[in-house]
Design a protein around this ligand. Structure first.
Ligand code: ADP
Ligand code: MG
Length: 253
């Protein structure tokens, strides 16, 4: 299977704070990687770096064979031109913890915004696609509603439909259910499970261990800017090697 995401020796600091201390991670096409780890361990920074929302200081990140990060060749740091960065970013879907929908746009307009404005797709085509995507996340009847009229779970499902509207080759989800009331978590996880079943390539940061066990091909445990442990869910979740992983799991399980 081909490698969709290839992260080599990535370092990132904010001032004197070292947030990523040499991350190596490969995600194969069609696989789901779940990232676990305590707050502050660098999970969001890693996802943001993959999407080029954050520039790394050192190391390389490529998505679908195209380098989107920085690269060190000799002493030189190679940076993609901004135009290329934007192009790459349209091929990567990002779902945030707090949905980030446009409050002044209807659900349908939220979903067609990026395809129409960034990809210059004809509106009619984008609308047809958006209706199909809203149907897929169970919200066909909410196309004309506004985000404020929806529950958190519904808003997050719209956010997923919006991410899918770019036909991304990679989907990044950063704690997609952390802001939701417990009774709304399941409906969002079900949508993500469906996508996984249909072969989407995803990296999901989540503390939902049951979801990780069921859906992940690989579970990654991060702590303090490093990947402490990674492997199949049965190994990392049920038979962790590191004490840090064991301690973390005993708290979230
Ligand atoms: P996680 O998602 O695992 O909770 P983050 O990647 O959000 O962790 O953050 C890792 C560390 O980096 C935290 O200490 C956080 O405060 C710090 N950090 C994240 N973004 C910035 C930023 N833009 N400026 C300064 N510090 C940041
Ligand atoms: Mg985070």
């Amino acid at each position: 299977m081909s490698v969709m995401v290839d992260i080599r020796s990535v370092h990132k600091s904010f001032g004197t704070l070292d947030v990523l201390k040499g991350i190596d991670l490969q995600v194969r096409t069609g696989e789901v990687t779940v990232v676990l780890g305590p707050s502050g361990s660098g999970k969001s920074t890693l996802l943001r770096a993959i999407n080029h929302l954050e520039k790394v200081d050192r190391g390389a990140i490529s998505v679908g064979g195209t380098l989107i990060g920085y690269r060190r060749s000799g002493d030189k740091l190679y940076e993609l031109p901004e135009r290329e960065v934007l192009k790459q970013r349209t091929r990567i879907g990002f779902v945030f913890q707090d949905f980030n929908l446009f409050p002044h746009l209807s659900v349908l307009d939220n979903v067609i915004e990026a395809p129409v404005s960034a990809l210059k797709r004809p509106r009619k085509e984008a609308v047809d696609d958006a209706r199909r995507l809203l149907d897929r996340v169970g919200l066909a009847d909410k196309a004309d509603s506004y985000p404020g009229q929806l529950s958190g779970g519904q808003q997050q499902r719209v956010a997923i439909a919006r991410a899918l509207a770019l036909k991304p080759k990679l989907l990044l989800l950063d704690e997609p259910t952390s802001a939701l009331d417990p009774e709304l978590v399941g409906e969002v996880l079900d949508v993500i499970k469906d996508l996984a079943g249909q072969g989407a390539t995803m990296i999901v940061v989540t503390h939902e261990i049951g979801f990780a066990r069921e859906v992940a091909d690989t579970v990654v445990f991060m702590a303090d800017g490093r990947i402490v442990e990674q492997g199949p869910p049965a190994q990392v979740l049920d038979d962790p090697r590191s004490e840090r992983t064991q301690a973390f799991l005993s708290k979230v399980l």
